[in-house]
Each structure stands twice: as C-alpha cells, then as structure tokens.
Design a protein around this ligand. Sequence first.
Ligand SMILES: [Cu+2]
Length: 375
Amino acid sequence: MLVPLLTTPAFGAAPLLPEDYEQVIPSENGTLNIGLSIDPPAKANEVSKLHIGWIKPGFNKIQQHIDYKITVIKDGQNIFGPISLTHTSVGTVKIPVEFTSNGEHQVKIEMEGILFQPIPLETTYFTINVGKVQIQNAIVESAPGSSTPGCEPDCFVPSTVTIENGGTVTFANPDNAVHTSTSGTPADGPNGIWNSGMVRSGSSFTTLALEIGEYPYFCIVHPWMTGLVIVGNELPQTEVPETNQKNNEEGGGCLIATAAFGSEMAPQVQFLREIRDGTVMSTQSGTAFMTGFNQFYYSFSPAVADYERENPIFKEAVKVTLTPMLTSLTLLNYVDIDSESEMLGYGIGIILLNIGMYFVVPAVLIIAIKKKFRK
Ligand SMILES: [Cu+2]
C-alpha cells in the first residue's frame, strides 16, 4: 500500500513539447503563448483531454509554475468549470472534459500567476469545434533584433508555415520594435489579402481564414523581413506518438487517490499528477521505477478504488491516510531535482519518511501497548 501511494502512477503520456500543440495563441497581453491540443479529437458525449501548455514567446520553451483557471463554454453556458485557481509546476496540464454536444465551444483560460507571483488577469479564448476536425491556427513570431538587417531568411519564425484550408495565422511580436505582417512582396507591395498594420511589441495579429494557396508576406517597416504561408488542402495528420509506450498507461489515473478525493481534478490529485509527470518522470531512474511499479499497482488498485466508491467510511479513511503522505511530497516542491542521484536521494528520503509514518510509528505504538498489557 505504501510505495504505490507514495509514487503515484500513470496519469497519461508525457507532456507535449511547445511545437506539438494543435493551436497556439498569445495570451491576452502577450505575456505568454498558450498551446491547446485535444486528445482524442472532441466528440459529443465523449471524454477528451485538453492538453494545455504555457510557452515563453521567443524561446519556444514551456514556462513553469502557472496559476490558472479553465472554463469550457457552449452558447454562453459553462459546460465545464470554471475550475478553482490551480497551480501547475511543470507548466503543462491535461484535463479530461466530457463534451455534451457537437458544435462550437470556447475554452477560456485565465492566467493569474507566473512563478508564484500574481499577475494582472489575462483571459484567453480558444475556439474548438466539437465533432469536426480542428482547423489549425499557426503562430509566427518576429525574430528578436529583426529591425536591423541580418536576420534573413528567418526574420519571421518560422519563415514558412503550412496550414490547412480555412486555417489562420497569428503573427506575434515578441521583439521590442514595431513590425507589420503584410501579404505581398517588398518588390510589388501589399496585395490586400491581409495587413496587420503596426503591431507593437508584445502584441499580435491574426489573419482571417485563408483559402488554399501560397501567400508571401513582408514587414512594411523592415522590408528584409519576408515569410511565406502555404495553405494546403488537407494536412497530413499531426503525428500522434502511437509508438510511445507511455500511452499504454493512459486512462488509468491514480485510481485510489482519485476515488478518495472525488475527481481527477481535485487539487490533491492534481498535485500527485504533477509530482509524477514533473518530478518523478523527469529522471531515468524515476521513469524505470514507475514502469515496474505500475504493473504491481494496477494489479490491485481498481479493487481498492471500487471499494472506496461503495464505502464512504473506507473512503474517508483513505483520505486521512493519504494526507501525511501528500504533505511529505510537498517537500519535493521546494527542491530542484535535475540529476539521477538527486532523484534517488530525495526519493529514498521521502520513502523512509513515509515508512516511518505509516509503519514504524504504528508498530512502536502497538509494541508499547502490548508491553503495558503484559505487566
Ligand atoms: Cu519589421
């Protein structure tokens, strides 16, 4: 019972990389980019996971430690959330949502803190079309320093981007100079398909839906900045890493903790998931340990989870039992685990701490009580 709870198994595959998200759009004030993928593609009356990641503009890296809320809206009604303010230490999150009907939905993401610091609220909306193949939105950024020549040919990053018919392109400007994205060429001038006008530092511009074709564009202020948008008929589906073994674990969840705390979204369960994805899984020994461990854990945890659901007293007992362990795991939040030896060191330390709490202390008490009775 102890080790399984301690290490918290299988909440799904590894987090997506910044470039893997189906849609990426800047947050309201351009502080971060936000990536969204839906897996499997959203359908009415089915559960899909929203994969959300916060991405540093200009670096293409995940930003860690974000405080956020999520709401899913259909025709002005909340069909999911808003969830209470939640922290992700790894900067990515997977949230299961059941879509009750087909059609256009909004995913509302409120960002309220970065790196444990509150920030002015930034609200970002994604549009998803449940029951239909997602139309892609691509994001292109101005290269830092592109206001002086020398960035060619990558003054827009990426300088060539391919989307499907009906997709849009967002031009974001993380550079500290003003830029435009204007369809046409420096030689022939604007051709009128889109013109962002002046996009100041930290802002962005999104085109209307584009039809099949090739669209060269440039920056009116800095005509050495050129790029190309290709709109294809249908994109080859973004590669889903089916070969990734971790996918086999998906769908299990941490059964015992989920049943005890009510849902996969409970903060305690989220926390365990973060530990697994963010800390334990980030080192090789952690990953190897989890793989072996999951086989053992899943051999009995569904039975325990079922029993928790049927028996409220047992459920409360599991909750009380899990609480000291969760507290000890929060210690992991205060250390940076980057290396194998650190993982083993902290891991063994916390396992010993838990053995102390769950076995040694009760054993000592039992022995003490027995002695008393003998006298
Ligand atoms: Cu420019």
